[in-house]
Design a protein around this ligand. Structure first.
Ligand code: TRP
Ligand code: ZN
Length: 868
């Protein structure tokens, strides 16, 4: 029988955390036999199951053609079970069950990139998190069912590579030009971590010996011509393996670790046990083809997926509400890893910039939800910045509070208690508490409620007593869905500076800080509190939330002069950068004068450029139009923000004068020994080039053209942006050159699409030209995102002709790839903040879309977006 694709969302398909129940049957082992043919794939499964609680035997399955089903040797008929679009239910099953099923699936026509799908002519791969396995075979497809998987994969010999999780047990001929392999994964795992790969790929091999002496074979699979681009990922993998041993005491547990690269992938990468599957964009890295930022991202994603082996795989989630248990912790771990790879301050700056650009707006709009949601319709809609990034921040807060040693005792206890289990956020916090001896239970509040707290702080200096008082107050915007919002524990990392000398005070405050400490962490966990510092000889400048010690909106009435002071004297690189951002927001959103900022930049830059060119490049960050827009809740006029931001950049360029060209000509990335320093120099030079173009410097385009032709990808792309976005005479020639150079390099060609879509003066014709280009491909999410992401670099465009682009995409992808369709639509989630008439126009467009879509993904997103 054939089961209808994509069931329409019915009245209420909401799933609630409070309704969690244990599965009635567990699976001891599963034997899978997957036979891939050109026009179908046969999947035979044998499940050895035993009863755990009373109730029906429930097997989840979607888009499966059921051929036969046998229970304890007896062939079942339709009268023995009920079957609908989502599940197969057997009532009154015995306590011990051996279930055999035969189904047919169609990976060759699977465009959703979920389950088993064909990813180009020569490759089949799986993506099973969170609920893809049910599209391969009938199974209790939920993360609290852990089983031993044995997998036989059979296909035509034109696919020489046949992979699955675990150890290769057997390989051989299967007749008629076919062959097979059999794999066994000794570690019990949930079905979402199952993977198999069938294809024609080349491989890069290496090895790593763990701290326990295990010799692990490392393999990265990609198409032949991309193998030279796999070396950076391989080094990052070995580095990650060592890092997890050193920082968390976690060695790898299998004899092989495989990574497979595919361009047909919805997200970044997937941590399948011993067989990661990666978007090419997160594994291929080579300076000739890849920007520095993308190279950094490759290393962090390699680390992220590797770290999942312990935080996610060995210890997994009880249910999908607990997603942030594995994601929040693993993001925190990969961020810490990346802090060791480059300037730690810059890594923190970049991570916070992402948090503020994506998570803060998400949490202040209609898609706001707790890091651990308590209900959902479609779990795929909850792989969000809140779950990942805010989840990471919660772990960082606890780590900051505990300090290195106690945090390690806490994580040790977590691994000791829960290895091999499927657990909850409560289990994690309890283990950290028990291991460290510090009660962290209040941090659960962070997991359970939405919204970005506002932290108001006030400073008050009393010269007569030499006392400096800091008072704190926290609040959350009222939320109808969560009426009982509580105060959260906020670790406030702080320092006091002598306003004259720029030196840090030793913190004297009764029992709050240890003797002699200059960098303190104060745990503010009330609605209001005041702390006192004694022995403060003159009115100090306070620096709060150093290193962004909590994900809150800080409101402190700094003077512009104090912020300029922090730009120059703060030794915490993150807060030095934060001072520039606070100052710039005031200039851009509150009309403050730019003079103080420009003067402080002039004073600060020369020294920072010498010491840390990468940090210097970040000090030039001017909040993006998108971020500035997200700070506005009503009457948002994108064009006004654009105008103000351009005016500021013009002033900055003018005031910096000859400094830009001098710096550009003086700096040479090839003189830097470290990659991260060279990356900083390249970033700085690109900024200088764009400033020179702004100054109207006639030589800027010639220098850019020269840089375009001689540099690596970061330099080439930096130059190309200057030429294209300023409509330089050389722009078309450079674009044509870029195209012919990288025509066959999909990821580089993505940049060609992105640069044009991100042109500030792009219009509907630009987008039409790009989306009807022969190389545009609606089947490849990377290519879709190159255009839609580029377009969204300019909110003026997003909110005018862009609206139709996103709506058309959501409509088209609703059936073809609802995961991606739903995510792209979220670009429009802050429609309600727009000034009229745009507000009503976008609202109407969204309302018109509603009757035209039917996937749970898009429908849930659209309903939430319109529920404001
Ligand atoms: N678990 C993956 C990660 O490392 C996320 C992921 C990859 C994913 N592919 C997906 C989630 C597809 C949903 C759908 O973060
Ligand atoms: Zn992850």
């Amino acid at each position: 029988m054939n089961i209808a694709a994509n069931p329409v969302v019915e009245a209420d398909q909401t799933v609630y955390l409070k309704d969690y129940e244990k599965p009635s049957f567990l699976v001891d082992s599963i034997n899978l036999d997957i036979q891939v043919h050109t026009d179908r794939t046969d999947v035979n499964a044998t499940l050895v199951m035993k009863r755990q609680t009373s109730g029906d035997l429930v097997l989840l399955g979607r888009d499966l053609e059921l051929k036969s089903i046998t229970l304890n040797g007896k062939l079942l008929t339709e009268a023995d079970y009920t079957l609908d679009a989502e599940q197969l239910v057997i009532a009154n099953a015995p306590d011990q069950v051996i279930l055999e099923t035969a189904v047919v699936i169609h990976p060759e026509s699977n465009t959703q990139l979920e389950g088993l799908y064909q990813a180009g002519d020569d490759l089949f791969v799986t993506q099973n998190e969170p609920e893809g396995f049910r599209k391969i075979t009938f199974y209790p497809d939920r993360p609290d069912v852990l089983s031993v998987f044995t997998t036989r994969v059979e296909a035509d010999k034109k696919f020489p590579v046949l992979l699955a999780n675990g150890n290769l047990m057997e390989a051989g001929e299967a007749g008629e030009g076919r062959h097979y392999t059999i794999w066994q994964d000794p570690t019990k795992k949930p079905s979402y971590l199952f993977a198999c790969v069938i294809g024609d790929l080349a491989v890069l091999k290496d090895s790593y010996v763990t701290s326990e002496g295990r010799d692990v074979a490392l393999e990265i699979y990609a198409v032949e011509k991309d193998i030279p681009k796999c070396h950076i990922a391989m080094e990052a993998l070995k580095h990650s393996m060592q890092w997890d041993e050193e920082h968390y005491g976690r060695p790898y547990d299998l004899d092989n670790y495989m990574i497979v690269a595919t361009s047909a992938f919805n997200m970044g990468a997937m941590e399948n046990k011993g067989l990661n599957i990666f978007n090419t964009s997160c594994v291929l890295a080579d300076e000739e083809f890849t920007t520095d930022a993308a190279i950094m991202r490759v290393q962090s994603v390699i680390a992220h997926e590797y770290f999942h082996n312990w935080t996610g795989n060995r210890i997994t989630c009880r249910d999908w509400f607990q997603l942030c248990l594995k994601e929040g912790l693993t993001v925190f771990r990969d961020q810490s890893f990346s802090e060791d790879l480059q300037s730690a301050a810059v890594q923190r700056i970049d991570d916070v910039a992402v948090l503020k650009a994506h998570q803060f707006p998400e949490d202040s709009g209609p898609l706001s939800h707790p890091p651990r949601p308590d209900h959902f319709v479609e779990i795929n809609n909850f792989y969000t910045a809140t779950v990942y990034e805010k989840g990471a921040e919660i772990n960082r807060m606890m780590a900051t509070l505990l300090g290195k040693e106690k945090f390690r005792q806490g994580t040790d206890e977590y691994f000791r208690r829960h290895d091999g289990q499927a657990v909850t956020v409560e289990d994690w916090v309890s283990a950290l508490t028990a291991g460290s001896g510090v009660d962290l239970s209040a941090f659960l509040i962070w997991y359970n409620q939405p919204g970005t707290p506002k932290l108001e702080a006030k400073g008050d200096y009393d010269a007569a007593t030499q006392i400096y008082r800091l008072s704190f107050k926290q609040s959350l915007k009222a939320n109808a869905k969560y009426p009982n919002l509580k105060a959260v524990p906020i670790p406030v990392a702080l320092a006091l500076f002598d306003a004259e000398t720029g030196e840090q005070y030793t913190l004297q405050s009764e029992s709050l800080f240890e003797n002699g400490v200059k960098d303190g962490v104060y745990l503010f966990d009330q609605n209001e509190a005041t702390i006192e510092f004694t022995g403060v000889t003159a009115k100090p400048v306070v620096s709060l939330l150093r290193n962004f010690s909590a994900p809150v909106n800080l409101d402190f009435n700094y003077s512009d002069q104090e912020l300029a002071f922090l730009m120059q004297h703060e030794t915490n690189g993150f807060n030095q950068w934060q001072a520039t951002q606070t100052l710039l927001e005031r200039i851009l959103l509150e009309g403050h004068d730019a003079d103080i900022y420009i003067q402080a930049m002039k004073n600060t830059l020369p020294e920072v450029i010498q010491k840390d060119p990468l940090l210097a490049s970040r000090l030039f960050d001017v909040p993006t139009e998108g971020y500035l827009g997200s700070r506005i809740d009503t009457d948002y006029q994108p064009a006004k923000i654009q105008e103000q931001r351009n005016a500021l950049l013009d002033t900055l360029a003018r005031e910096l004068g000859a400094f830009c060209k001098e710096t550009y000509l003086e700096l040479d990335p090839d003189m830097q020994s470290e990659f991260s320093q060279a990356m900083g120099v390249r970033a700085l030079r690109n900024i200088m080039l764009s400033m020179m173009a702004r100054q109207g410097d006639a030589s800027a385009f010639d220098l850019a053209y020269e840089q375009y032709h001689t540099g690596n990808m970061s330099e080439r792309l930096g130059a190309l942006k200057v030429l294209v976005w300023n409509d330089a005479p050389q722009a078309q020639e450079a674009l044509a050159d870029f195209y012919s150079r990288f025509e066959d390099e999909a990821l580089s060609l993505d940049q060609w699409f992105m640069v044009q879509a991100a042109h500030p003066k792009a219009n509907a014709e630009t987008i039409k030209y790009l989306t009807s280009h022969p190389d545009y491909d609606l089947g490849t999410p990377n290519r879709i995102r190159a255009v839609s992401g580029g377009l969204n670099a300019n909110p003026v465009n997003t909110w005018s002709f862009g609206v139709q682009h996103y709506i058309d995409l959501a409509k088209y992808l609703d059936e073809k790839n609802p995961i991606v369709g739903s995510r792209l639509l979220q670009v429009l989630s802050r429609w309600y903040t727009l000034a009229e008439p745009q507000r009503t126009e976008v609202k109407t467009a969204l309302e018109n879309l509603k009757p035209q879509v039917k996937s749970k993904n898009v429908v849930e997103t659209l309903n939430s977006m319109l529920s404001i």
